[in-house]
Design a protein around this ligand. Structure first.
Ligand code: ATP
Ligand code: MG
Length: 199
């Protein structure tokens, strides 16, 4: 079994996340991609993050139509900060020793990895898929990866179609009453509008 883990704040989830997860599943023959919305993201306490179960629900709407995508509330149900190492360990335990875990992350997020909690333990605990967009200069990424490989990390690079979409931009658009159509799946867009999220 090969399991992809797509972590994120998903505030809200959008096509950038979904395209990346699908490309990773295809390229690395993943049986499942598990979306894991962060409970209390350690890197984002500067900003007030939307209620975790609301982000979870919107993520559920987004992945519903893809049989390969699943959703986990593991980080939401765990109290305190969401640390990736704890999540990877818990998932490895529940899937068993025959499962290979692939942590999927955007290049930007991967470069932040250096600052992550118990990083030496984390890089040895699963494979990493670093997604980057065409035109992205992978030099800095290559340098970081070379360093981590020397410390036992196993990395794969994945080029994904360019999608200049971010949750920040979607929230900003909502605040300005601008359209978020075609940036995320329609059921998610409808739910956000119906609930008045991000206004
Ligand atoms: P925010 O704008 O609030 O930071 P975000 O859009 O970056 O949100 P996150 O939940 O922070 O979304 O990202 C989760 C993961 O998805 C990260 O690994 C990030 O690198 C990746 N990601 C985010 N946007 C894209 C995109 N447009 N294309 C590919 N990967 C993306
Ligand atoms: Mg981000």
């Amino acid at each position: 079994m090969r399991i992809g883990i797509m972590g994120g704040t998903f505030d809200p989830i959008h096509y950038g996340h979904l395209v990346t997860a699908e490309a990773a599943a295809e390229q690395f023959q993943l049986d499942t991609v598990l979306f894991v919305p962060a409970g209390q993201p350690p890197h984002k306490h500067a900003r007030k993050v939307t209620d975790p179960w609301r982000r979870y629900y919107l993520t559920e709407l987004a992945i519903q139509s893809n049989p390969r995508f699943c959703l986990s509330s593991i980080e939401i149900e765990r109290s305190g900060m969401s640390y990736t190492i704890d999540t990877v360990r818990a998932l490895q335990e529940s899937y068993g020793p025959d499962a290979d875990l692939y942590f999927i992350t955007g290049a930007d997020a991967l470069l932040e990895i250096m600052t992550w909690h118990r990083i030496d333990e984390l890089i040895r605990s699963c494979y990493f898929i670093a997604a980057y967009r065409p035109g992205y200069d992978p030099e800095e990424l290559h340098r970081a990866i070379a360093e981590w490989q020397g410390r036992g990390g196993r990395f794969h690079l994945l080029e994904v179609p360019a999608l200049a979409i971010s949750s920040t931009d979607i929230r900003e658009r909502r605040r300005q009453n601008r359209s978020i159509k075609y940036l995320l799946p329609e059921p998610v867009e409808q739910a956000i509008i119906a609930n008045g999220d991000y206004q």
